[in-house]
Write a protein that binds this ligand. Structure first.
Ligand code: HAS
Ligand code: CU
Length: 547
C-alpha cells in the first residue's frame, strides 16, 4: 500500500514545517505547566512584569499552546502526510498546502501577540464576557480557516484517487484522515459563528455587548468535537501503523471504518455535556445530549476491541501466550511503540473518567473542579500526546533522513511521562473530589483546605516529571535533526487487515450520506436550543478584563 516515493519531497517539507511550529508550542506548554504544577505544590509563582504576568496569564498560554497549537499543527502536518502515503499519489496542489500553512501561521502570530502580551488572559475556552484583544480572536479564526483548507486539499486528492481507481475501496489511511477532517470542519461551524457573529464584532467595538450563554453554547458545539479532532489522528496511528509496528495485522478494516463514521455522526451533537450547570438551557436537551455522550463511547469501545485484537495478533506472532501475558511480548523496547501503548493504557482510565463526567447528575460533583483537569490530562495530555510523541519518533527521523538521536532517551522519556502523568492525574482527580476548583491560583485561595496540601505536593512532583519528559523529548528531536549522522530507517508500513474492506458493505466507504446524517443530528440536538437562545439573545453584556 505504500511506496517510499509516495510523499514527494515538497510534502515532506510541508509536514516538517507544521511539526516545527507544533513543537515550539509544546516547549512553551511544558514550561508554563511546570510553573503551574509548582505553584500548586506551594512554591511562589514567578510572576514578572516582563513575561508571565500572573498565574492566569500562564494558564491561558499553557492551554492555547498545548491543546490548540501543538495539536492542530501536528495534525495538519500528519494527516496530509498519511493521506499521500495511503493513496500512494502526491496530494493535489502543493501551493494550496503552503498557502494553508502560511494562513495558519499568520493566524497564530496574530493571536500570540496579545496572548503573550497579557491582553488575552481568557483561557483556551475564552468564555465571554471576559474580553481579549480582537487580534486574539481573529488570529484563532484564521487558524481554523487553515484547517478547512486542509480538508479541501484532502477532499480534492480523494477525488483524484477515486477517478483513477473506479470501483475500488478507499485505502483506510486516506479514508480515516478525510473523515477526521470532515468531522472537524462540520463541527467547527459553531466556533466560526461565535467568532464572526458575536465575539469579533464585540471585541472590535462594533457592537456594545454580547450574550455569554449564546457564545458558550456555540463554543461547546465545537469545543466537544475538537477533542475527537485531537483523538482521531492518534486512532489513525493505532489502527494503521501500530499493528504493523508490533508485527501483527489490523483485526478488521470494516469495523475501523464504522468507528470513524460513528465519530462523524456523534462527535458534535453532545457539547451540552460541558454546560450541565448552565442556566437557561432546558434540562431535557441536556439529558438528551448526555445519552448521546454515552453513544459516542461506543466507537471508542469498537476501537478498544479492534486495537487489542490487532496487538494480540502481533504479540502471539512473537510468541506471546496466555490471556493477558501476551501483552508483555509486544516490542516494548521500541520507543515509538512503547509511547503509544502507554498512551492507550492511560486512555482506558481517561475514557472511564469521561463517562463519569458525562453522567448527568455526577457531573455536578466534578464540574469545574480539579477532577476535570485530571480527566483531560489523561486524554489529550496522554493518549493523544504520547501517541504524537510515538509518531514523531519515526516521522521526524523519516523527514530529516537521519536516525533518531537516542532510542534509550526516547524510551525513558515515554515512561517518565507515563509515571509523571499517573502521579499528576491521580492527585488532581482526588483533589477535585475533595472540592478543589480548577483554574485557580490555589495557594492564594482564602478557602484553601488543609487536606489538599499533601496531594498538591504530588501535583508538583508529577508536573516536574512531565516537564523533564517534555524536555527530553524535544531535545531528542532537536539532536536528531541537527546532530544525528546515521541515515533513518524506513518508515513503518501500513498494517494489512485480517478482515479487509471488501468484507464490509459499500456504504462504509461513502462519505456524503453520512455527512448529511451528521448535519441532521446536529440540527436535532441543537436546533431548538439555539433557536430559543437566538430569539431571546440580548447583546447586553459589556466585556470584562479581570486580569
Ligand atoms: Fe472529555 C471534559 C466526557 C473523551 C478532553 N474532556 C473534557 C475537557 C477536555 C476533554 C479537554 O461529559 C475539559 C474542557 C474544559 O476545559 O472545560 N470525554 C468525555 C467522554 C469521553 C471523553 C464521555 N475528553 C475525551 C477525549 C479528550 C477529552 C478523547 C481529548 C482528547 N469530557 C467529558 C465531559 C466533560 C469533559 C462530560 C465535561 C466535564 C465538565 O463538567 O466540565 C469518551 O469519548 C471517552 C471514551 C473512551 C474510552 C476509552 C477506550 C480505550 C481505548 C484504548 C485502547 C487501549 C488499548 C490498550 C488497545 C471508553 C480506545 C489496552 C490493552 C489492554 C490489554 C488493557
Ligand atoms: Cu466533551
Amino acid at each position: 500500500m505504500t511506496t517510499e516515493t509516495a510523499a514527494s519531497d515538497p510534502e515532506k517539507r510541508l509536514t516538517a514545517a507544521h511539526l516545527w511550529v507544533a513543537h515550539v508550542a509544546l516547549l512553551g506548554g511544558v514550561l508554563t505547566g511546570l510553573l503551574q504544577g509548582l505553584e500548586h505544590a506551594g512554591f511562589a509563582f514567578p510572576a514578572s512584569q516582563y513575561f508571565l504576568r500572573s498565574y492566569y496569564h500562564s494558564v491561558s498560554i499553557h492551554g492555547v499552546l498545548n491543546v490548540l497549537v501543538f495539536t492542530t499543527f501536528f495534525i495538519c502536518g500528519f494527516l496530509p502526510f498519511i493521506t499521500a502515503r495511503g493513496y500512494a499519489i502526491p496530494l493535489v496542489s502543493p501551493g494550496l498546502g503552503w498557502l494553508t500553512f502560511w494562513v495558519m501561521l499568520a493566524g497564530l502570530v496574530l493571536a500570540a501577540v496579545p496572548l503573550v502580551g497579557n491582553a488575552a488572559t481568557v483561557m483556551f475556552t475564552f468564555y465571554a464576557p471576559l474580553q481579549a484583544h480582537w487580534a486574539f480572536y481573529i488570529g484563532l479564526t484564521l487558524v481554523v480557516v487553515g484547517t478547512w483548507l486542509v480538508t479541501l486539499r484532502l477532499a480534492l486528492t480523494h477525488r483524484v484517487w477515486r477517478a483513477q481507481h473506479p470501483g475500488m475501496r478507499t485505502p483506510l489511511p486516506g479514508f480515516m484522515s478525510l473523515v477526521t477532517m470532515a468531522m472537524w470542519t462540520l463541527a467547527s461551524i459553531g466556533l466560526a459563528a461565535e467568532m464572526l457573529v458575536l465575539i469579533i464584532p464585540w471585541s472590535l467595538g462594533l457592537v456594545r455587548g454580547t450574550d455569554p450563554l449564546l457564545a458558550r453554547t456555540l463554543f461547546w458545539l465545537t469545543g466537544h468535537p475538537i477533542v475527537y479532532f485531537w483523538l482521531l489522528p492518534a486512532y489513525v496511528s493505532w489502527y494503521m501503523l501500530i499493528p504493523r509496528q508490533v508485527g501483527g495485522k489490523l483485526f478488521s478494516d470494516p469495523m475501523a471504518r464504522t468507528a470513524f463514521l460513528l465519530f462523524l455522526l456523534l462527535s458534535a451533537p453532545l457539547g451540552l455535556h460541558h454546560q450541565v450547570t448552565d442556566p437557561g438551557i432546558h434540562e431535557g436537551w441536556k439529558l438528551f445530549q448526555a445519552f448521546l455522550t454515552f453513544a459516542v463511547f461506543f466507537p471508542s469501545l469498537l476501537t478498544f476491541f479492534n486495537v487489542v485484537a490487532s496487538l494480540e495478533s502481533g504479540a502471539r506472532a512473537r510468541g506471546g501466550k496466555g490471556w493477558f501475558a501476551w501483552f508483555g511480548k509486544l516490542p516494548w523496547g521500541d520507543p515509538s511503540v512503547a509511547a503509544q501503548l502507554l498512551g492507550m493504557l492511560m486512555f482506558c482510565a481517561g475514557g472511564i473518567g469521561g463517562l463519569i463526567n458525562a453522567s448527568y447528575n455526577v457531573n455536578l460533583v466534578v464540574h469545574n473542579t480539579a477532577y476535570i483537569v485530571g480527566h483531560f490530562h489523561t486524554t489529550v495530555g496522554s493518549a493523544v500526546t504520547l501517541t504524537f510523541m510515538g509518531i514523531s519518533y519515526w516521522l521526524v527521523p523519516h523527514l530529516a533522513g537521519r536516525q533518531l538521536w537516542s532510542r534509550g532517551m526516547a524510551l525513558g522519556q515515554a515512561w517518565i511521562w507515563f509515571i509523571g502523568m499517573l502521579i499528576f492525574s491521580i492527585a488532581l482527580h482526588e483533589l477535585g473530589l475533595r472540592g478543589m476548583p480548577r483554574r485557580t491560583m490555589i495557594s492564594q485561595a482564602v478557602y484553601f483546605q488543609p487536606e489538599w496540601k499533601a496531594l498538591l505536593a504530588w501535583v508538583g512532583v508529577g508536573g516536574t516529571l512531565l516537564f523533564i519528559s517534555g524536555v527530553l523529548y524535544l531535545l531528542n528531536l532537536l539532536l536528531t535533526v541537527t546532530a544525528s549522522r546515521r541515515p533513518a530507517p524506513a518508515m513503518p508500513e501500513f498494517a494489512e487487515p485480517i478482515s479487509p474492506a471488501e468484507e464490509g458493505p459499500a456504504v462504509l466507504d461513502r462519505l456524503r450520506p453520512w455527512v448529511v446524517v451528521a448535519v441532521i443530528m446536529i440540527v436535532i440536538a441543537y436546533g431548538p436550543t439555539l433557536a430559543r437562545l437566538i430569539a431571546g439573545a440580548s447583546l447586553s453584556s459589556p466585556g470584562f478584563r479581570v486580569w
